[in-house]
Design a binder for this molecule. Structure first.
Ligand code: NAP
Ligand code: NAG
Ligand code: NAG
Length: 378
C-alpha cells in the first residue's frame, strides 16, 4: 500500500469537503493501492498534528470533529478543549515552525503533500519552504501562483511536484488538458474562457434583456456572488485565473500587466461606496450603458461574455462580443467554459465546460490532484 502523507492548510468550505472526501474514499483508494494519511490540518491560527507524524495520522473521527468545529465558525484551537488523545494543537506563533518541522521530517523520506485550501497570500512562505524540503504542493488557492515571478518559478520548479487543477475552473480538467497539449509540442495560440460562474450567470441573464442591477441583486440573493458582489464584478478573480493559464503557457507576465475591465467605475469602488449603497443606488446607473451594449452585440449576431483572452504575450479580461453560435455564445447559467486554440485545435477549439465552482467539486479536484502524485510516494 502506497501511503501519501497530507498536510492541509485551510479548513473552510473547500478544505472541509476535502477531508470528508478523503474519509469517504478510503475503500476506493485502498482498492487502488493508496492510502491518504492526514498529518496536519491548519486554519489561520492553529495547526493540529499527531504526536509522531512519521508513524501516526489524524484519524477520521478527529477529522470529522475538526470539520464540525470549523463549520460552526469556531477556531481549530477549540479542539484543545477536548480530551487530547494522540494529537497536538499548535498556536499561531508556533504554526509555521511546526509545519516546517513536519515538512522536514517527511519531505525527503516518505514524502509529503502540502495542500493549500486557504484564500491567503500568507501561505506562500510555507509553500516555498515545503518545495525546498522536497515536498509536493497542491493548490486550490490562486494567490501563491499569481504573486511575483520569482515565487512562481520557485513553486513551479519541479512540475511533477506541483498540482493546481482547482485554481482554474474548480474541478474541470483545464490545467491537465493544457499540460497535455503543451507537452506534446502543440503550440497554443489562444485561450478564451468564461472563468467566473458569477459573471457567466450575469452575462447570460443580461442576454435575456434583464437590467444589470436586477441580475446582480438576484445573483446575490441566490448566493452566487461574494458577500460584496464587486469582488466578482471587478474581474480580479478572472484575471488571477488568466495569469495562471498564461504562466502555464510559459508567458512571463505579472498581475499588473493584465488589462482588466471592471464592470463598475472606480468611483463606485469598495473604498468609496458601501455595498448597500452600490446595490441600491450605484449599480442602476450602469443599467442603460450595458443594455445598449447587449443590443449592439445582438444586432451583430453576437452576445456579450465576460471573458479572459490569452493571445501572444497579452492577457485581457473584460466584456467581449462573441458569436451567438459558438461554444462561448451558447453558454448559459453559471458554468465555466474554456476554448483552447492550438495547431491541433485550429478551427474548432478544444472546449472544456461544466460547473466551475462549488466546495464539493473544487475539493474533488484537489483530491484527484493528490492521488495524481502517488508515484512520488512509497
Ligand atoms: N469555493 C469554491 O467554489 C472555490 C473554487 C475554486 C477555488 N477556490 C479556492 O479555494 C480556496 C478555499 O476556498 P474556501 O471557499 O474554502 O475559502 P474559505 O471558506 O474562506 O476558507 C479559507 C480557510 O483558510 C484558512 N486560512 C486563512 N489563512 C490561512 C493561513 N495563513 N494558513 C492556513 N490557513 C489559513 C481559514 O482559516 P480561518 O477558519 O481561521 O479563517 C479558512 O479555514 C480559495 O483560495 C478559493 O479561491 C474555491
Ligand atoms: C461553501 O462553503 C462555505 C463555507 O462553509 C459556505 O458558506 C458556502 O455556502 C458553500 N458553498 C456552496 C456552493 O455550497
Ligand atoms: C503559543 O504556545 C507557546 C507554547 O505553549 C507559548 O509559549 C506561547 O506564549 C503561545 N503564544 C501565543 C500567541 O499564544
Amino acid at each position: 500500500m502506497k501511503k501519501i502523507a497530507v498536510l492541509l492548510m485551510g479548513c473552510g468550505g473547500v478544505g472541509r469537503h476535502l477531508l470528508q472526501h478523503i474519509a469517504s474514499c478510503r475503500s476506493l483508494h485502498a482498492k487502488m493501492g493508496v492510502q491518504l494519511r492526514v498529518v496536519g490540518v491548519c486554519d489561520s491560527k492553529s495547526l493540529v498534528a499527531p504526536m509522531d507524524v512519521l508513524k501516526e495520522e489524524l484519524n477520521d473521527e478527529l477529522l470529522s470533529e475538526v470539520c464540525r468545529i470549523k463549520s460552526s465558525g469556531l477556531a481549530l484551537s477549540k479542539l484543545g478543549a477536548l480530551e487530547k488523545g494522540g494529537y497536538r494543537v499548535f498556536n499561531a506563533s508556533e504554526l509555521s515552525r511546526e509545519t516546517e518541522e513536519i515538512a522536514k521530517l517527511l519531505g525527503k523520506s516518505a514524502g509529503l503533500a502540502v495542500v493549500d485550501c486557504s484564500a491567503s497570500m500568507e501561505t506562500i512562505e510555507i509553500l516555498m519552504k515545503a518545495v525546498d524540503l522536497g515536498c509536493c504542493v497542491v493548490l486550490a488557492n490562486k494567490k501563491p501562483l499569481t504573486s511575483t515571478l520569482e515565487h512562481y518559478d520557485k513553486l513551479a520548479l519541479h512540475p511533477r511536484f506541483i498540482r493546481h487543477e482547482s485554481t482554474v475552473g474548480a474541478g474541470l480538467p483545464v490545467i491537465a488538458s493544457l499540460n497535455r497539449i503543451i507537452s506534446s509540442g502543440d503550440p497554443v495560440h489562444r485561450i478564451v474562457g468564461s472563468l467566473s460562474g458569477t459573471l457567466g450567470y450575469v452575462m447570460s441573464e443580461l442576454e435575456d434583456g434583464k437590467p444589470l442591477s436586477q441580475v446582480v441583486q438576484a445573483a446575490k440573493t441566490l448566493g452566487y456572488t461574494e458577500p460584496d458582489p464587486r469582488d466578482d464584478l471587478s474581474g480580479m478573480d478572472v484575471a488571477r485565473k488568466g495569469l495562471i493559464l498564461a504562466r502555464l503557457l510559459g508567458k512571463r507576465i505579472i498581475m499588473d500587466s493584465i488589462k482588466i475591465e471592471s464592470m463598475y467605475p472606480e468611483e463606485m469602488g469598495p473604498g468609496l461606496m458601501s455595498v448597500d449603497d452600490f446595490l441600491h443606488n450605484g449599480i442602476v446607473k450602469l443599467d442603460q450603458n450595458i443594455e445598449e451594449r447587449v443590443k449592439r452585440a445582438s444586432s451583430n449576431g453576437c452576445v456579450l461574455r465576460y471573458v479572459c483572452v490569452i493571445e501572444g504575450s497579452s492577457v485581457q479580461v473584460g466584456i467581449r462580443e462573441v458569436p451567438k453560435d459558438s461554444p462561448l455564445g451558447r453558454l448559459r447559467g453559471s458554468d465555466n467554459i474554456v476554448e483552447i486554440y492550438s495547431r491541433c485545435y485550429k478551427e474548432q477549439p478544444l472546449v472544456i465546460q461544466g460547473a466551475g465552482a462549488g466546495n464539493d467539486t473544487t475539493a474533488a479536484g484537489v483530491l484527484a490532484d493528490i492521488i495524481d502524485l502517488q508515484d512520488l510516494f512509497h
